[in-house]
Design a protein around this ligand. Structure first.
Ligand code: SAM
Length: 287
């Protein structure tokens, strides 16, 4: 039996049955349009037999579209009522036994996943989208690529190149793992309830080999955080505290790294940040 997707009426009926009133706190805006979930799966190029992780499956609209494409899904949902209901919804919609595994947990804290997923597909809870993405990329090196729906400003920031007005710490940190690109816009009308922000799809591909060790990443991210904490300041001032305690010690490290001491953080690529961290070496604070 082929997998059948959820219709808008069915989604509301399921929510009523579970006594779920969508909350802002958990970023609960459910997609009620079959074309949209199919589009997300298409953009993600989900193939039969692939293992996909979905963060925040909610009532299951996107989950069923991923399963319809022939992939298996590991779904991580924080809302216990939604997590408990999802396997029943899947079975009732033609999903084969074993194709879906549900993990009832906070995605920000999850540290191991069944099914060794290699693809991430999600309509992310908007309030935690960047920390959740960075946590997953850091914790699950087997994730090779993904497509996520996020608030438009967040998606633009994740995909922004250095020098862009919206380039910031999330852009630089995301770029540590590989390239990101905007992959389409999504109408507000496909959600229930209709949100008061626009949404976009953003896609990433992990680099074939990691650009550094965990320690190098933490050092680089410490430089990124310091540079954007005072983003209007020149780097020799913004990085004074983390690079030896004075603007002249910071200038020396920056010069050695081939970066102008008068530049601002928003001009630097992840390569630049990584070089600065490598030269500063063991003196950097790591979390
Ligand atoms: N995927 C569904 C859809 O497209 O209709 C729901 C998407 S809704 C934007 C976000 C979902 O993430 C909700 O089901 C919410 O309960 C869940 N969620 C929120 N915070 C979470 C967290 N920290 N960990 C896991 N799931 C979370």
């Amino acid at each position: 039996m082929p997998v059948q997707l959820l219709g808008a009426g069915e989604i509301r009926a399921l929510a009523a049955e579970l006594d779920v009133t969508p909350t802002k706190k958990l970023g609960q805006n459910f997609v009620v349009d079959a074309n949209t979930v199919r589009k997300i799966v298409h953009v993600a190029d989900v193939r039969p037999g692939e293992s996909v992780v979905e963060i925040g499956p909610g009532l299951g609209s996107l989950t069923l579209a991923i399963l319809e494409a022939g992939a298996s899904v590991t779904a991580v949902e924080i809302d216990a009522r939604l997590a408990a209901r999802l396997p029943g919804t899947a079975t009732a919609h033609g999903v084969a036994d074993g194709a879906l595994q549900v993990v009832a947990a906070d995605a920000l804290r999850v540290s191991d996943l069944p099914g060794r997923p290699t693809v991430l597909v999600a309509n992310l809870p908007y309030n935690v989208s960047v920390p959740v993405l960075l946590h997953f990329l850091e914790t699950f090196p087997e994730l090779q690529r993904g497509v996520v729906m996020v608030q438009a400003e967040v998606g633009e920031r994740l995909a922004a190149p250095p020098g862009s007005k919206v380039y910031g710490a999330p852009s630089a940190k995301a770029a540590w793992y590989g390239p990101w690109r905007l992959a389409g816009t999504v109408s507000r009308q496909v959600f229930w309830p209709v949100p008061n922000v626009d949404s976009v799809l953003v896609a990433f591909t992990r680099d074939a080999s990691p650009r550094g060790t965990d320690r190098e990443r933490l050092r680089t991210f410490a430089i990124v955080d310091a540079a954007f904490r005072q983003r209007r300041k020149m780097l020799r001032q913004a990085l004074a505290d983390v690079l030896g305690g004075s603007s002249s010690s910071a200038s020396a490290v920056l010069e050695h790294a081939g970066v102008r001491a008068t530049a601002r953080g928003e001009e630097l690529s992840i390569d630049d940040f990584q070089r600065i961290a490598a030269i500063a070496g063991g003196d950097l604070p790591v979390r």
